[in-house]
Ligand binder design. Structure first.
Ligand SMILES: Cc1cc2nc3c(=O)[nH]c(=O)nc-3n(C[C@H](O)[C@H](O)[C@H](O)COP(=O)(O)OP(=O)(O)OC[C@H]3O[C@@H](n4cnc5c(N)ncnc54)[C@H](O)[C@@H]3O)c2cc1C
Length: 415
């Protein structure tokens, strides 16, 4: 029986994805969000130091992210993402000053690796074939146990790619999750890994259109509504307790719990959830990107890992950045700016800057954490989980979060 009213706890991408899918199927949805804004870890806000809207973190999606694109199609926002015409990734090595661009071909046969001008300088063809080992990785193995984590291909392509996709130092990262990334990107042909960037802000693409869609389909989003407790019957959730408000559930009502793992665990103590996380540091500088600067540049042998050029701003992403959390903001800004000036060819004093540290940006993509991810279903008939930390088969990503919401919707209101 299709549930009458579906309550979605958490207005991050997973919760919004569930809400949008359910609303599109005619379900009546109410989203409850603890904070005063939607978007969770993928949102924009006005930064008064920079005097402009920025994102809580630079986010990259890929053209092969099917669930994310399907979600954007439903809410009518796909055009908000910009993609280059082909999968090309400019890099710089700060130790040697070398610059190169990896340029993949669109099709599934990766003939680009035969062309020394398109592949990573200093790499040999056979290095690329070692990646196949990752696709056959033993469950529970680390990447370091599966492939050799040394040599030019590793340092100049595999490590930067996996560091950002897993937000975990790749050697200790889950080979299974790395394989999922390789399978959906490098092994799927360049047309599946064109970088997609929301130049005008994450919220304009992923969040605001979803909120409009939910409202247009009769749904509601309540802010400042932190779920404090779930009341459980023998096999169902019977009420939602928000402290000041309690909502009793009828036998046909259902709940999608799309809060982060620690919050989900405190609401449902029986759950096993990932417990370790990794930080991401972003540095933003208010400066007009020089003409001709690539929208996104991979950086090796630096503190900077990726440099993004946004309108009026240069932004740096550093994944698995836990070691940097003890540095002062000023120190971080100065050190990162000295690299940005080299990469972008800028002289002069450091412009207005902002450092954003997301301490628990994602769960740590380690085999032991992967083993703790629960599936979407629970022991309670009307309670379904969603979130990038549930067992999506992917690391914590936009695509994983959106897939998890779609899966929750499919369980509660199958097509
Ligand atoms: C800095 C940074 C950079 C990133 N870069 C990328 C990238 O480049 N590419 C990529 O694919 N992914 C990236 N990610 C990961 C991506 O942002 C996440 O995977 C995704 O946003 C997670 O969505 P979610 O809905 O699962 O969780 P969340 O976004 O955490 O949403 C959970 C929501 O639940 C709410 N909540 C919590 N407790 C309660 C409660 N008790 N009651 C009600 N509401 C509650 C929270 O306030 C939040 O809004 C990045 C993440 C960060 C932090």
């Amino acid at each position: 029986m299709t549930p009458r009213q579906i309550h979605i706890v958490g207005a991050g991408l997973a919760g919004l994805s569930a809400a949008v899918q359910l609303a599109s199927r005619g379900s009546s949805v109410t989203v409850h969000e603890a904070t005063n804004q939607a978007g969770g870890r993928c949102r924009s806000y006005y930064d008064s130091t920079l005097g402009m809207e920025i994102d809580n973190g630079n986010h990259l999606a890929l053209s092969g992210n099917k669930a994310a694109l399907a979600y954007l199609d439903i809410i009518g926002a796909r055009a908000g993402l910009t993609a280059p015409p082909s999968a090309s990734f400019p890099f710089i090595d700060l130790a040697t000053g070398e610059r190169w661009t990896v340029r993949a071909n669109d099709g599934i046969v990766p003939w680009w690796i035969l062309d020394p001008a398109r592949r990573v300088p200093g790499t040999r063809l056979r290095e690329y074939f070692t990646l196949a080992k990752l696709l056959r990785a033993r469950a529970g193995a680390t990447i370091g146990e599966t492939i050799s984590c040394s040599g030019p291909l590793y340092a100049r392509l595999i490590e930067p790619l996996l560091m950002s996709a897993l937000n975990t130092e790749p050697r200790s990262g889950s080979a299974t999750l790395a394989a999922a990334i390789i399978r959906e990107t490098l092994a799927a042909g360049g047309r599946n890994y064109r970088p997609l960037i929301a130049y005008n802000g994450l919220s304009n693409v992923f969040i605001a259109p979803a909120l409009r869609y939910i409202a247009d389909h009769g749904g509601a989003v309540n802010y400042g509504r932190r779920l404090r407790q779930l009341a459980f019957g023998a096999d169902r959730v019977t009420a939602l307790d928000f402290g000041d408000v309690s909502i009793p559930l009828t036998p046909s009502d259902a709940v999608v719990l799309a809060a982060p793992p620690a919050a989900a665990k405190s609401l449902v103590p029986e759950l096993t959830t990932p417990t370790e996380s990794r930080a991401i540091v972003n540095a933003h500088f208010r400066v007009v990107p020089p003409e001709g600067l690539a929208p996104m540049i991979g950086v090796v042998n630096g503190m900077t890992q990726w440099l993004f050029a946004f309108p009026g701003r240069l932004s740096v992403t550093i994944s698995a950045a836990d070691d940097l959390l003890d540095l002062s903001r000023e120190d971080l800004a100065r050190r990162i700016w000295s690299e940005v000036a080299v990469i972008a060819g800028l002289a002069g004093a450091m412009p207005a800057w902002q450092i954003v540290r997301e301490r628990r940006a994602t769960f740590a993509a380690l085999p032991r954490q992967e083993a703790k991810r629960p599936g979407a279903g629970t022991a309670w008939k009307n309670l379904v989980l969603a979130g990038d930390w549930t067992r999506t088969g992917l690391p914590a990503t936009i695509e994983g979060a959106i897939r998890s919401g779609a899966k929750a919707a499919e369980i509660l209101a199958p097509l």
